[in-house]
Design a protein. Structure first.
Lengths: 967, 144
């Protein structure tokens, strides 16, 4: 048995540890431990008072058992006894046990606090350190309450020992982390900053950590730290390697401190003071120069420490992003590392270069390393290094090298590790779309993606290719041809079949002229794969077939035969069965005119952020996809150049399964099918557009009869409503729409008014659907949108008049274009007038155009949030309301409402996890108003407290009124 | 910041663990198993930094002993990598050539050393003689 090398050698402990080490199995170990626990328990409970030594021994054993991974639920009392002892050895074990084993909630804290208090007052630096370490390790709220006042004093007092200062600094850091509200800011802050000048480097190290954390929250208050940090850094960097004695590590002067100082400087923009700035640039240049000098030692520790500082300096250069010269030098240095024999350096260089690629000064310089990076992708043995290479290629990609990079990524995908395939697929899809000059290349790339890594192609990717093909008519013929060819492969991925089915269903006619891809051949090709597919794909293919009926009347009979077969009509899957029944019926009863209208080509999709980007962002977490904004802008301009502003509600049948394609457009639960029956269809189809869950297809023609007999449809006997009764309690209506954009605005026996709206920045578009529920025509149908009083100048609403006749059972739509000029309170009023059966009908409703519709959500970190929160502290900027919950207090529902309200829901911002915080910007033509909100539920009292802070009083007021009605 | 510090042997047994953020004990066991698995399986020419969930592992091997540190994105990987070596050198200096068994028999001492070097997830002291100062006081007291 090895002897205990030093110390007082608790024999019993040594024996126990050896026993454990000798245990052959986990069971034996557990047995031995249980025996020991029973022994210790009996000793602690025993009548005989234990002496300090025995107590220490047993507590030590418990600690050891805990460190082996077994929970310990006793011994705390003895540990507290030990820490109150005057013997250092006992005190130390007591503190150690408490630090490791007590979580912040323990009731013992009060007793422990007492011991700490005594030690802090003892003026014995060793005792003080133990006490401060304990606070820094446990850091509970009770401790914060007891000691926040004392610790800053200890930290800045002139006579405090260096080691105590160090512990006090980290202690304060901990309390600031767990109970920021309790740590008083004040006169001590400036003195803390001056610790950067302390002659003792240990104190500077600890102080830098503290200042960095505080400066992130309160940059203004710690601004003076910049010049102090720069001068301290400069002294370290220019010192001879022997100057700093014990803080020199393998000939590198104070590497860890240098790294920390460079980190601290990354909390701030480049120094404004020219002299400070010059000095910093000098430092950074010196660090870069040193990298080129021959090493002072061959030891790896030397180069690692040197490079740690170098990488941190490069981070700072990238953070400042202001000195082209330094940026390019940094890039060259990283370029050297890309070919270094140390894997660690290659990894870090790739990672660091990734951030460098987004700087305009160094983007070109980064691009020169493309071959090296591609080579890394091919030859690196470590998957995490290859992953970094993929990231870097993604970051350095632009129009000039997109084709090469996408090709290399596709190449790599064939052999890529499973763990990163999905991400590569997303990246390829995004790059291909973003930099496509020639959309045939884009289509080829995506089809290749599906071929190579079909399983990793998520729905977002293939939805996107369809959106793009539909929106760009120059690529439709090519796409049809390409998918047709790709489908010839004997085994093709189901995703390919989905894309192929969809595209041929829309554009199969474009290649039908070629006898090699005649309608029948197209159909047979798809149908030959039908039985091997999953239900959603089969559902999609059935929709393709019905579209074929319209495109190619010559194969209608063949398709009807397929639909009529038992395997379709009596399919066990209800969705497939329903589609087969309805499509078959539709194909037999509808005239070619109706078929042509119902099955018309899909209208262009409305432009929105690519769902793929959203997905990648989700995968990587916020902030890790740096060029998203840019991507968005660029892509929008690409797409909008050729596409008309999309109208989502021209008549069309979309392929709809509840599980997949309803989301195709990203419209969530709003079915794509909006107005199946234009007035010319003779009023035979009225679809309840806004039912939330019914698959759109289910309400297609065949079920229209049912619709008419349903009780919701008013009887034709009703001749006229009292106009007064038709005016709705409008405020209630408006409230209903505050957190959502779609739904039924109004309904009576005669008509239903539905709404769909979309808002972007200060602009909005609202689609109003007027559905005639009777079988008689409405005549002299007239609508007007009225903005009263001040609202006239605050909102601009433009619209075109609708057709004065609305046929029975028909639905007409009206589009409102809305511009928000400045913030407003009132809602516009919609007036409707028509004649029904000779009687004049008149009704008015408030339109749910509310201020919050012009929100753009803003993501921000906890620090940013509270910083801005503090900036908006003037009394007129804050509005608070405390109110009773009107609905059950469900967290998920509340979250959905806050998101629906338009702000970004910020997770993990509020220290109390049950509170909700949100941030957004109200866009109006004249001003933009940033808004922060906080909602604190009190489930016991069934109350909420809502606080809003914006820079404008009227905005705070209005938003508070609107949101408080929602819960 | 540094989230945790682990010493693990080649068999995957934890020899020392210190957490700088509260983690439930039952979660610790599975976290450690997971972390160890992802480090032990790596070869010499793979890099010493492993992405793990939303943080990074920095590890270094000394004969049969692995030291693994979990850090968030605000740490400099190489600096942490060298911190491990500095720590091992401190142990060497104190135990005059450290072996794994000594760590087990002197867990409390190792914890003191660690407390002197890393506090609250931040590097607080790197100077070897100052790190060892409290231990030497301790030894002197128990001798007397």
């Amino acid at each position: 048995m090895p002897a205990v090398s030093k110390g007082d050698g608790m024999r019993g402990l040594a024996v126990f540890i050896s026993d454990i080490r000798n245990c052959k199995s986990k069971e034996a170990e557990i047995k031995r431990i249980n025996k020991e626990l029973a022994n210790i328990r009996s000793k602690f409970k025993g009548d005989k008072a234990l002496d300090g030594y025995s107590k220490k021994k047993y507590v030590c054993k418990l600690l050891f058992i805990f460190l082996l991974g077994h929970d310990i639920d006793f011994g705390h009392m003895e540990a507290v006894n030990l820490l109150s002892s005057n013997r250092y050895t006992e005190k130390q074990i007591g503190y150690l046990f408490i630090s490791v084993l007590v979580n912040s909630n323990s009731e013992l804290i009060r007793l422990i606090n007492n011991g700490i208090k005594n030690d802090l007052a003892s003026r014995n630096p060793t005792f003080m350190n133990l006490a401060l370490h304990c606070i820094a390790n446990v850091g509970s709220r009770e401790m914060a309450e007891a000691f926040t006042a004392d610790i800053p004093k200890i930290l800045v007092a002139g006579d405090t020992m260096d080691s105590v200062k160090q512990s006090a600094a980290l202690c304060l850091l901990r309390l600031n982390r767990t109970s920021p509200d309790l740590v008083p800011m004040g006169e001590w802050t400036s003195r803390v900053v001056h610790l950067l000048n302390d002659q003792h480097l240990g104190v500077v190290t600890a102080a830098t950590s503290l200042i960095t954390t505080l400066a992130q929250k309160n940059p203004e208050e710690f601004k003076t730290s910049v010049s102090l940090a720069v001068s301290r850094l400069s002294r370290i960097v220019t010192s001879a390697s022997t100057d700093l004695q014990d803080y020199t590590y393998y000939f590198v002067p104070a590497p860890w401190l240098s790294v920390k100082l460079l980190r601290l400087l990354q909390c701030y923009p480049p120094p404004e003071d020219g002299a400070v700035r010059g000095r910093l640039t000098e430092c950074l240049e010196t660090i870069l120069n040193k990298a080129q000098e021959p090493p002072k030692s061959k030891k790896v520790q030397h180069s690692n420490a040197k490079n740690a500082v170098l990488f941190e300096a490069i981070s700072l250069i990238i953070h400042h992003d202001s000195e082209p010269n330094l940026l390019v030098r940094a890039c060259n240095q990283l370029g050297q590392f890309l070919q270094h024999r140390e894997t660690n350096l290659r990894y870090l260089a790739l990672e660091s270069m990734c951030t460098l690629a987004s700087s305009e000064f160094s983007h070109e310089a980064v691009k020169t390393h493309i071959e090296t990076v591609i080579n890394a992708l091919k030859t690196e043995r470590d998957v995490s290094v290859r992953q970094r290479a993929v990231d870097l290629l993604y970051a350095m990609c632009d129009r000039s090298n997109a084709q090469q990079i996408v090709a290399e990524m596709l190449n790599y995908l064939e052999t890529a590790d499973y763990s990163i395939r999905e991400e590569i697929v997303l990246k390829v899809a995004i790059l291909a779309e973003k930099y496509a000059v020639d959309y045939t290349w884009y289509v080829d790339t995506i089809l290749n993606l599906i071929r190579i890594a079909g399983d990793y192609v998520s729905e977002e990717v293939w939805y996107r290719v369809i959106q793009i093909v539909i929106n760009r008519d120059d690529v439709q013929g090519y796409s049809a041809k390409t998918v047709f060819e790709a489908l010839q492969a004997p085994a093709c991925h189901e995703n390919l079949l989905k894309v192929g089915g969809y595209i041929l269903g829309e554009f199969g006619n474009l290649i039908a002229g070629d006898p090699r891809s005649s309608p029948l051949i197209q159909f047979n090709l798809l149908h030959s794969k039908f039985h091997l597919c999953s239900v959603p794909t089969r559902a999609l293919l059935l929709s393709t077939y019905i579209k074929f009926v319209n495109l190619f009347p010559e194969i209608k009979a063949t398709i009807q035969d397929v639909l009529r077969s038992d395997s379709q009509l009596r399919n066990a899957d209800v969705e497939l069965q329903q589609r087969a029944v309805e499509y078959l019926r539709l194909s037999s009863i509808a005239s070619t005119d109706i078929l042509a209208t119902v099955l018309e080509e899909m209208p262009p999709f409305p432009e929105r952020e690519s769902s793929i980007l959203t997905k990648l962002k989700k995968k990587k977490g916020p902030g890790k996809v740096p060029d998203v904004e840019e991507t968005k802008k660029e892509r929008n301009s690409d797409m909008n150049g050729s596409t008309e502003p999309a109208s989502v509600n021209s008549s069309a049948v979309t392929m709809s399964t509840p599980s997949t394609s309803t989301d195709l457009l990203g419209l969530g639960s709003a079915p794509v099918l909006n107005s199946v029956a234009p007035p010319s269809a003779g009023g035979s189809l009225l679809v309840d557009v806004f039912s939330d869950n019914s698959p759109a297809v289910a309400s297609l023609a065949p079920s229209a009869e049912e619709n008419f007999s349903s009780p919701r449809i008013g009887s034709t006997d009703v001749v006229s409503d009292d106009p007064a009764a038709a005016v709705h309690d409008a405020d209630e209506l408006v409230d209903k729409f505050v957190c959502k954009n779609n739904g039924v605005l109004f309904e009576n026996q005669l008509m239903q008014i539905g709404l769909k709206s979309e808002f972007r920045q200060n602009l909005g578009r609202m689609y109003i659907f007027y559905g005639n529920k009777t079988s008689t025509q409405f005549q002299s149908f007239l609508t007007a949108v009225i903005c009263q009083d001040a609202l006239k100048t605050q909102l601009n609403i433009q619209t075109k008049q609708v057709d004065p006749a609305v046929d029975g059972g028909a639905q007409v739509q009206q589009i409102l274009n809305i511009e928000c000029v400045s913030d407003f309170v009132e809602a516009p009023i919609l007036n409707i007038q028509f004649r029904y059966g000779g009687a004049l009908q008149n009704m008015s409703v408030k339109l749910p155009v509310t201020l919050n519709k012009f929100f753009q959500p803003t993501e921000m970190t906890s620090q940013d949030f509270f910083q801005r929160w503090k900036q908006l502290a003037a009394p007129q900027q804050e509005v608070q309301k405390i109110f009773k919950a009107k609905h059950p207090m469900d967290t998920e529902v509340t979250k959905a409402k806050i998101i629906g309200f338009g702000v970004a829901l910020l997770d993990m911002v509020d220290p109390n996890p049950s509170n909700f915080t949100g941030a957004g910007v109200i866009h109006t033509k004249n001003i933009q108003v940033g808004c922060l909100l906080r909602l604190e539920p009190n489930t016991q009292a069934q109350m909420y407290r809502l606080t809003l802070r914006t820079s404008r009083e009227t905005v705070s007021q209005r938003l508070c009124e609107l949101l408080s009605e929602q819960f | 910041m540094i989230k945790f510090f682990l010493m693990v042997n080649k068999q995957g047994q934890t020899r020392l663990s210190k957490y700088f953020e509260h983690v439930e004990i039952h979660k610790r066991t599975s976290l450690e198993a997971d972390v160890i698995k992802s480090c032990l399986s790596r070869t010499k020419d793979e890099c010493s930094f492993v992405e793990y969930k939303d943080f990074k592992l920095v590890y270094r091997q000394y004969a049969a002993l692995f030291i693994v540190i979990g850090v968030d994105e605000a740490e400099n990987e190489l600096a942490v990598y060298e911190l491990v070596h500095n720590f091992v050198e401190v142990l060497d200096k104190y135990f005059s050539r450290v072996v794994t068994s000594q760590i087990m028999f002197n867990l409390d001492k190792v914890h003191i050393i660690l407390d002197e070097m890393i506090l609250n997830g931040r590097i607080v002291e790197t100077n070897k003689s100052r790190i060892l100062a409290p231990l030497l006081v301790l030894d002197k007291m128990s001798e007397s």
